[in-house]
Design a protein around this ligand. Structure first.
Ligand SMILES: N[C@@H](CCC(=O)N[C@@H](CS)C(=O)NCC(=O)O)C(=O)O
Length: 226
């Protein structure tokens, strides 16, 4: 079996899936798609992923069973179901905890990322707006909601003391917010969770600045295991 991820080093949606792949100790190949060059919108990429985005996960379990997953949350759910290893959801019997994890995933993946995506930033600019301000405000609002939920349920990570897919989604969202100089310390629980996550090898390996397509001048900013 082989796993290929079409990915861009600084894509938060790709990083979610990379973190999960590493947590589950799965080896994979990266095919870089340069979002700044618009490669995601090429006919060739759209044939693979009609949404014109990354990540795209291609699972080849031997012909003719190759299949593609073109949405990152579906990819996380697939990895959880298909590969036992380290679980990224609470036990199936804990319905409440699973629902909380999924609600947190949705805060990031429905309320924050889609409205701050590159294609939206480009549209905001076209309409005369300042895309960075737009993004900062929406990220702050979304992370505030995340903080209120985790303030009640977090342990070492977002829901208790075990890493879940919520954490896989949170960490890259915070990296993006930090890039726009959003003060993350205003969210003490999120700050603690991210600090704990960044101690994991899986997160270090999935970091923006350690990818095959990371430009040389950014590699020195990669996370290091502490
Ligand atoms: N709902 C999709 C969103 C994917 C997405 O928007 N990916 C971003 C990178 S994080 C992208 O490819 N953006 C390119 C663009 O906006 O043109 C998922 O979760 O996979």
């Amino acid at each position: 079996m082989s796993i290929i991820i079409y990915s861009y080093f600084r894509s938060s949606c790709s990083a979610r899936v990379r973190i999960a792949l590493h947590l589950k100790d799965l080896s994979y190949e990266t095919v870089p798609v340069n979002l700044l060059k618009g490669e995601q919108l090429s006919e060739e990429h759209r044939k693979l992923n009609p949404s014109g985005s990354v990540p795209l996960l291609v699972i080849n379990a031997g012909m003719p069973t190759e299949f593609k997953i073109s949405q990152s949350v579906a990819a996380l759910e697939y990895l959880e179901e298909a590969f036992p290893g380290q679980s990224i959801l609470p036990p199936a019997s804990d319905h409440a905890a699973r629902a909380t994890v999924r609600a947190l995933v949705d805060i990031v993946c429905c309320d924050i990322q889609p409205v701050t995506n590159l294609r939206i930033m480009n549209r905001v600019r076209k309409l005369g707006g300042v895309a960075e301000d737009w993004n900062r405000e929406l990220m702050e609002e979304g992370l505030r909601a995340y903080e209120s939920v985790v303030a009640d349920v977090a342990g070492k990570y977002s829901v208790g003391d075990t890493v879940t897919m919520a954490d896989c989604c949170l960490v890259p969202a915070v990296w993006n917010a930090q890039r726009l100089s959003l003060d993350i310390e205003q969210f003490p629980t999120i700050s603690r969770i991210v600090e704990n996550m960044q101690r994991l090898e899986a997160v270090v390996n999935a970091h923006y600045f350690s990818q095959p397509d990371t430009p040389e001048d950014l590699r020195s900013g990669r996370l290091l295991l502490s």
